[in-house]
Design a binder for this molecule. Sequence first.
Ligand SMILES: [Zn+2]
Length: 453
Amino acid sequence: MDKLQKLFNIVDDSVEEIVKLEQELVRIPSVNTGVMPTGNESEVCDFISDLLKKEGIKSKLLHRDPGRDNLIVDYPNVISSECKLLLMSHTDVVPVENESKWKYDPFGGEISSGRIYGRGSNDCKSLLTSQLMSIILMNREDVKLDKGLRLISGADEEHGGRWGFGWLLEKYPELLKSEYAVNEGGGIPVEIGEKIYYLLGTGEKGRLEVEITIKGESAHASLPWLGVNSSYILSQALELIKNYQPKIDTSLPFFQYMENFGIEEKISSKNINQVIKILEKKLPRISHLSKALSRMTITPTIINGGIKSNSVPEKIKLICDIRTLPFQDEKYVIEELNKLFHKIEEIDYEIDYMSVPNSSSFDTQLKDSISRAHAKSIGLDEIKLIPSTSNGFTDSRFTRANGTITYGFSGAHPDDDPGLANVHGTDESIGISSLVSGTKTMLALAYDLCNSE
Ligand SMILES: [Zn+2]
């Protein structure tokens, strides 16, 4: 039996321990509201540090503010310390919106029908569990690696990373330096007939927040014609946004792989909308992704206005979320907004660029290694990876900016239906099968990439 298979058997014997670690992490509420003081990531980091200490593995904690630690772990048993592979995740979780809707205790880590429930159980404590367990188990078995392996779990991912990877990039860029990195933001299985495909997260759309100010003129509500009611101008603006026709573009690498989803014709901006319709029933996830990756979106999300119930509102603020394709910069967005609103005089806007689009190339040693590692992990001869751009964003944008080839891939099991995950939603959960396959995949990846032969 080869050494890797032996390690896989040890993972199979450690399922109880993997599940327990995940439950313990979920039970620490590290909720990030975005308003300081928040996050409580240090409690997660301290817990993991103590655990690793018992295993003889040292960890480093770094913070911008107390309570908001970032966890850094270097695999101890290495020949060269130069980092070949960085395992990334984050310790913070989004708030629980309406607890009464939850069937399970959001911080209970309860198990039901092969799944672990709780806020963060999927995003991102499951990946953290898999990555930690791969390191712990390899170290217990005294596996020596030729090249450096590092784990970083950051704070504040859910609110922009200014206490996490963003801050680390500013203060300790050398810590983020690695040839390759694996993070959340990819690895969704897509089953088509007998075949299983995985979406590999190779890039992310950009995100902007635009604050639109609509100006009218106040008057007493009993004589409304004396004023200019800004809510009517708002309704015009909303109508324009609703009918906005973004430029359709199919240049992302994702669209070169559509034959895998049973689409024979070559994809172009002319036929993509039709293809999206065809996929709607058969492969809804791919249909939505195709739509998101072929256009910029503008979505109104917050409206604030009016000060008194008997006054004509003078000012209304409308906030929109904008997601851009890789080649659409701030200038492009401004031009689009100017065109869209050119007939409305009483409108002004300010743009806050939260995250620029980013990507890593698809044809790399890391891609081949992920494909081999994960196929082995789930007992297949091979799996097919499809490069996918995420419509959300993760900490990968910081490591990509630092020159590290970074992919989103969690190692999910094909039996674990992604539709049950409910990330950021009610009764978020992870299949235990994915925790196990994820641990094997991370382990096989490190074993493959960090050994020279
Ligand atoms: Zn996340």
